[in-house]
Design a protein around this ligand. Structure first.
Ligand code: DGL
Length: 274
């Protein structure tokens, strides 16, 4: 790794608004860290695109964040984490962490009956990102997976407790009741935005896993272990970049983070691509 200043920001990346569910946990745990977030809102969703397209977009996003002198990169997107981590680690000379392994470990810690559900995008589910990770860590675990692609636009639209969201959630999630799961991994960073609706449908007894929390603990340990944790006593600065400014982004993001976003910038796709 190059010389790294402790006050350099941490980069977070997602296809849209979902990565904020990871940022929210990181802000809580590491309030004095500077954060630069990039949401590729012009090209969301990633989850229904091919692996090679997701890798290409992710590499472009990472190069953009590297120009902001980040000291670490958090891939706050399950879809990108499930296909692009190896490529990223080859090219990017700062530590890179994803959200799949932390989420899988937390689910294994939480389950009592060894029956875990996973919901995510087509890419995450078809690549078996969670099931292979879970089975690697515990061969006896029973995993039930389902792609729920419509949750992404619903979260981007801010339809958090809307009757259409409830209806779609029932259509997707009803089957988990038969599987008798006690733990459900929200394997897409957009989904924690819809926690209430999801929980109503699967039942309050099912523990929902938001990878943002364990990923933030791993981030903290990493920064401390490498001696690159910010020493500042001030609250960190937070910069947000998007490749398109959807009308509701600021509003939903602020509602979700529970704080104002003063520093929202649009970057041109052309600059990202070159
Ligand atoms: N939030 C992303 C994830 O965690 C991707 C959603 C999408 O772009 O399809 O998978």
């Amino acid at each position: 790794m190059n010389f790294m200043n402790r006050s350099n920001p941490i980069g977070f990346f997602d296809s849209g608004i979902g990565g904020l569910t990871v940022v929210k946990e990181a802000m809580r745990l590491l309030p004095n860290e500077n954060i630069v977030y990039f949401g590729d809102t012009a090209r969301v969703p990633y989850g229904s695109k091919s692996n090679s397209t997701v890798i290409e977009y992710t590499m472009q996003a990472a190069r953009f964040l590297m120009k902001k002198n980040i000291k670490m990169l958090v891939v706050a997107c399950n879809t990108a984490s499930s296909v692009a981590l190896d490529e990223l680690r080859k090219e990017i000379n700062v530590p890179v962490i994803g959200v799949i392994e932390p989420g899988a470990k937390m689910a294994l810690d939480e389950t009592k009956n060894g029956r875990i559900g996973v919901i995510g995008t087509y890419a995450t589910i078809n690549n078996k990102a969670y099931s292979s990770q879970l089975k690697k860590l515990n061969g006896k675990i029973k995993v039930f997976e389902k792609a729920c692609p419509l949750f992404v636009p619903l979260a981007e639209e801010g339809w958090l407790d809307h009757k259409a969201t409830h209806l779609i959630a029932r259509e997707y999630l009803e089957e988990f009741k038969e599987h008798e799961i006690d733990t459900l991994i929200l394997g897409c960073t957009h989904y924690p935005i819809l926690t209430e609706t999801i929980s109503k449908v699967v039942g309050k007894k099912v523990k929902l896993i938001n990878s943002g929390l364990p990923a933030s603990y791993i981030l903290k340990n990493y920064l401390e272990g490498r001696g690159i944790r910010s020493q500042s006593v001030q609250i960190g600065y937070h910069e947000f970049y998007v490749s398109d400014v959807p009308a509701k982004f600021k509003n939903i993001a602020e509602r979700f983070l529970g704080r104002k976003i003063d520093n929202l910038n649009k970057i041109d796709l052309e600059d990202l691509i070159k």
